[in-house]
Design a binder for this molecule. Structure first.
Ligand code: ADP
Ligand code: MG
Length: 262
């Protein structure tokens, strides 16, 4: 008999998942697993289907075929067999989503503090003092000036908005976090600092993350394992160092040698 206790428990699985917009456009026959506490990177050039896959995995877009299975603490859920309301509730209460553009993940009409407090309120917290304290604490954690808790996101720079989105997402300690090019829209100088912060937070909180990035430097710093996508399919999967230092598939070799990336 094998030793099941030695196998890391799976948190999320894709089984033969497909969503096609046209030939080679979208995702095809995707099988993958995310284990608790790991960062799984999805890499590939622009148009390879990474964001589509993230939407399928996070309940935002229904696949044409296949299943996405979420192993919650107390139940195993087939993401597209449960109802829309339950799926949305998962995203609001148990999961977190970090968009490339912070403006897609923030509520621009309310203050920084309200942006952070809102997700806690969705979990039932109503105590004003505690919500405000959490807002200040999380602003400090992402190196934002806590004195600006009442300021609107619009008064923040792009890099600050991205850090606010991260605070808003992580304040609830989500079981599972999806990130789509989290450093992609930022200046290179700002990217390095954000990446460092993300790495620290992921480690401190022991987060389970699905990370989409076309930037192999980001993948190298954050991801434990990688899947390489090309034209909607996974062409190679393995440990990050193994894939980046010794890619086996011809496409991964091209990708790593920077032929395909600017
Ligand atoms: P990536 O995130 O790797 O850049 P995407 O998943 O955004 O790739 O897109 C993969 C392919 O699917 C692209 O050719 C894109 O134009 C196409 N695509 C993505 N979303 C849609 C959609 N909603 N309708 C039609 N085509 C789409
Ligand atoms: Mg994308």
């Amino acid at each position: 008999m094998k030793h099941p206790q030695l196998e890391p428990p799976t948190l999320l699985e894709a089984r033969d998942v497909s969503r096609l917009y046209g030939p080679d456009k979208g995702c095809q026959e995707i099988d993958l697993a995310l284990y608790r506490g790991e960062v799984l990177g999805i890499v590939g050039e622009s148009g390879s289907g990474k964001s589509t896959l993230l939407r399928l995995l996070s309940g935002l877009e229904r696949p044409d075929g296949g299943q996405v299975i979420y192993h919650a603490h107390d139940a195993t859920l087939d993401l597209y067999a449960i109802g829309e309301a339950r799926r949305r509730a998962l995203l609001r209460m148990e999961w977190g989503l970090v968009h490339q553009n912070p403006r897609d993940g923030l509520r621009l009409g309310v203050s920084a503090g309200a942006n952070i407090g809102e997700r806690l309120m969705a979990l039932g917290q109503r105590h004003y003092g505690q919500l405000r304290a959490a807002g200040q604490d999380w602003m400090a954690r992402v190196e934002l000036d806590a004195e600006r808790i009442d300021d609107a996101p619009n008064t923040f720079s792009g890099g600050m908005q991205q850090r606010l989105q991260i605070a808003r997402t992580l304040v609830t300690r989500p079981q599972l976090v999806f990130m789509d090019e989290p450093t992609g829209g930022l200046d290179v100088s700002v990217q390095a600092r954000l990446l460092d912060m993300l790495r620290t937070l992921v480690r401190e909180l022991g987060l389970s993350v699905i990370l989409v990035t076309h930037d192999l430097a980001v993948a190298r710093l954050l991801a434990h394992r990688l899947v390489v996508m090309r034209r909607g399919r996974i062409v190679e999967a393995g440990l990050t160092d193994q894939i980046l230092d010794d890619p086996q598939h011809a496409y991964s070799q091209l990708l790593v040698s920077s032929v395909l990336t600017p």
